[in-house]
Design a binder for this molecule. Structure first.
Ligand code: SAM
Length: 287
């Protein structure tokens, strides 16, 4: 990525907004390159679209590298505020034409505001689940839309984190971040190999509930109230491999009718999450 802007050092100093109209601008090229996983991996950054998302991310303490806003958003108080915060945290602020915004977001009707943030993963060793906590573990999830929807649903159900087991799709791709609707900033995401995940499972003393089409246990009959629970969900094509299934404390199945072979992964995760946390959720939002 391009070098950072100079820090805003004094209370009266504000950074300089860069006006950009050319697609050939090197900073614009760097941001566009974030569409590729290779660039995201190298820079350890990603892009999030929308003013609300950027405000939430800044509030939650995510490090912003670059704020981009469309010329039409200039002067809006909330945009001015996020620009000031970006400068204060040493980031760069760009005011761009609609053409540039469309190119960055690859959309005809782009959002007015885009932020480039540093990626953040919670290390597995830092996950120390307590009673009443629920985690989702995803075995080799492939589809960015599924992953984003699961992160959003885990957030809505009050889960404590999402663990990506094995080789999975990138939680910081544009498609995944879009599907999270902002929950990527609220839900801790962890990566683990199968071996590390199984070791952690033992040490952390969690109850591992694996979902399986051949599961013998009706998911509604499981006790989710004792130990902290990890819901393990299988790959979209292959389901859960034997190595993981054997380590589970229960193999749960969601009964189905009709002709469908299985449920979509994100839907199955949603059903499991809300059942596992049913005793903890109420309409007034209290847990
Ligand atoms: N062909 C795969 C198989 O045989 O397992 C189908 C995988 S399914 C699309 C993806 C994941 O969603 C499964 O591994 C499981 O975790 C979950 N899932 C889908 N339907 C389910 C059901 N009825 N009961 C339990 N889990 C289910």
């Amino acid at each position: 990525m391009s070098e950072r802007h100079e820090h805003d050092r004094g209370p009266h100093r504000v950074g300089q907004v860069k006006e950009v109209t050319s697609l050939a601008n090197p900073i614009v090229k760097d941001i566009k390159a974030l569409a590729q996983k290779k660039t995201r991996d190298e820079t350890k950054t990603f892009m999030a679209e929308g003013l609300k998302l950027v405000i939430d991310a800044l509030e939650l303490g995510w490090a912003i590298r670059t704020l981009v806003y469309a010329k039409a958003a200039k002067g809006k108080p909330q945009v001015e505020q996020v620009a000031a915060k970006t400068f204060a945290r040493g980031g760069l602020v760009l005011e761009v034409s609609e053409k540039v915004m469309s190119a960055i977001t690859r959309r005809d009707n782009p959002q007015m505001v885009v932020g480039v943030f540093e990626q953040r993963y919670t290390p597995l060793k830092d996950l120390r689940p307590d009673a009443g906590e629920t985690y989702v573990a995803l075995d080799r999830v492939r589809d960015p839309g599924n992953l984003g929807t699961i992160i959003r649903t885990a957030d809505a159900a009050g889960a404590s984190g999402v663990i990506l087991v094995g080789d999975t799709t990138d939680p910081f791709s544009l498609e995944t971040v879009r599907a999270t609707m902002g929950s990527v900033f609220a839900m801790p995401v962890t990566r683990a190999s199968v071996a590390d995940f199984l070791r952690w499972k033992k040490e952390a003393g969690v109850k591992l509930v694996a979902t399986h089409l051949a599961g013998a246990v009706d998911y509604r009959t499981i006790d989710y109230k004792g130990r902290p629970v990890v819901l393990l969900m299988g790959n979209e094509q292959a389901g859960i491999p034997d190595e993981l299934a054997h380590a589970a404390d229960a193999l749960a199945r969601i009964p189905q009718a009709g002709r469908a072979d299985s449920l979509n992964l994100a839907i199955a995760t949603g059903i499991m999450l809300f059942e596992a946390r049913r005793h903890l959720l109420s309409l007034d939002g209290s847990e």
